[in-house]
Design a protein around this ligand. Structure first.
Ligand SMILES: NC(=O)c1ccc[n+]([C@@H]2O[C@H](COP(=O)([O-])OP(=O)(O)OC[C@H]3O[C@@H](n4cnc5c(N)ncnc54)[C@H](OP(=O)(O)O)[C@@H]3O)[C@@H](O)[C@H]2O)c1
Length: 329
């Protein structure tokens, strides 16, 4: 049956300006790193994407290498776009990236102009799109002059193949440098995508200040620490979980006893707030106005729905924040 999105979807989501730009992003965005590849059931992924859109999630995040196999998440998402979202392109913010290994030889990895321009062309083909809304350099490449990487991003925007550009996994210092070059080129940096969660707060040292100073948005990836900040591992490692599967990036060894102890205590705080741990982890990030959006992953509709309900209880009492800080330090 043809997909018809829920009419009142935009009343269900809150939207934040991405830095000082005119672009608004939903407080919760959906990432297709895991669960949408060739090894995953297509129909489950399709239902999650439709449910997300019905809930007002307009932003879907991809990268050239998402799968596995690399490229298959874009192929699957392209199929969904063609069957379900054909008339809805103008209501969607679709991002992709290049920067990690994608194909053999010297031109399928890093930050060269050759790699970035070819990679985006391939991403567009896989998704059946004329343009993406945001194109990211996925990680800093110390073997390529930053000017070359950023001139490629500028070129891509001028070609009309991306509307905005972003940086991911750049340090605060690398971001400062890149932002200045992009500004000179005339293509401002819209957004930064760092890893940020209760279990990884490195961005608080200086990156968030740099983004704020330059009016750049921040979209936090792996906000649930790949599932560790949920009830997933409270009673062991389920076989169908990311840590339980052989294809995931989270390993069984990552669920260390000391982390688990901390997670159990955080779970108690969440329960006292009347929330799931996942919900608390999401709104804990969103309490900082420098965070534009929280980029979650989900392997089921139930997880996505649980995450969306985070927005029903955003307020923290100071005592709760103090308790959380104590547990995180
Ligand atoms: N720029 C980069 O370098 C980079 C790197 C990583 C990710 N990202 C982006 O960030 C997105 C999100 O990353 P992520 O998938 O690591 O995010 P995450 O939200 O931290 O983890 C998602 C995983 O947590 C579990 N989960 C989610 N909601 C749950 C709930 N309510 N209850 C129980 N378990 C729940 C699921 O694990 P199970 O699969 O075990 O069910 C799900 O696959 C990616 O898709 C990608 O777009 C970017």
């Amino acid at each position: 049956m043809a997909y018809v999105p829920i009419r009142n979807r935009y009343e269900l989501m809150s939207f934040n300006h991405c830095g000082r730009s005119g672009l608004k992003l939903p407080a919760i965005s959906l990432g297709l790193w895991h669960n949408f590849g060739g090894v995953d059931p297509y129909e489950t992924g399709r239902r999650i994407v439709r449910r997300a859109f019905d809930a007002g999630i307009t932003h879907f995040d991809l990268a050239n290498n998402y799968g596995p196999p690399g490229g298959s998440a874009e192929i699957n998402f392209g199929r969904m776009l063609a069957t379900d979202f054909k008339s809805l392109r103008d209501e969607m913010i679709i991002s992709t990236k290049a920067g990690y290994y994608m194909w053999p030889g010297p031109y399928g990895d890093g930050g060269s102009r050759k790699y970035l321009i070819s990679s985006l062309d391939k991403s567009l083909q896989r998704m059946g799109l004329d343009y993406v809304d945001i194109f990211y350099h996925h990680r800093f490449d110390q073997d390529t002059p930053l000017e070359e990487t950023l001139m490629a991003l500028d070129h891509i925007v001028r070609q009309g193949k991306a509307l905005y550009v972003g940086l991911s996994n750049y340090s605060a210092e690398q971001t400062e440098e890149a932002v200045a070059i992009l500004r000179k080129l005339g293509t401002p940096c819209l957004i930064h995508q760092p890893r940020y969660s209760m279990l990884d707060r490195h961005v608080e040292e200086s990156l968030l200040d740099v983004l704020d100073k330059h009016g750049i948005g921040c979209i936090a990836y792996s906000p649930l620490a790949q599932g560790m900040l949920t009830d997933r591992y409270l009673k062991g490692i389920p076989e169908d979980s990311r840590a339980g599967k052989s294809t995931g990036f989270l390993k069984k060894e990552d669920i260390k006893p000391d982390i688990l102890q901390r997670i159990l205590k955080l779970n108690d705080v969440a329960r006292e707030r009347g929330q799931s741990l996942a919900q608390m982890a999401i709104v804990w990030l969103l309490k900082d106005p420098r965070v534009t959006s929280v980029l979650v992953g989900a392997s089921s509709i139930q997880q996505l729905e649980n995450n969306l309900q985070a927005l029903d209880h955003k307020h923290f009492e100071q005592a709760e924040l103090d308790k959380i800080n104590q547990l995180l330090n």
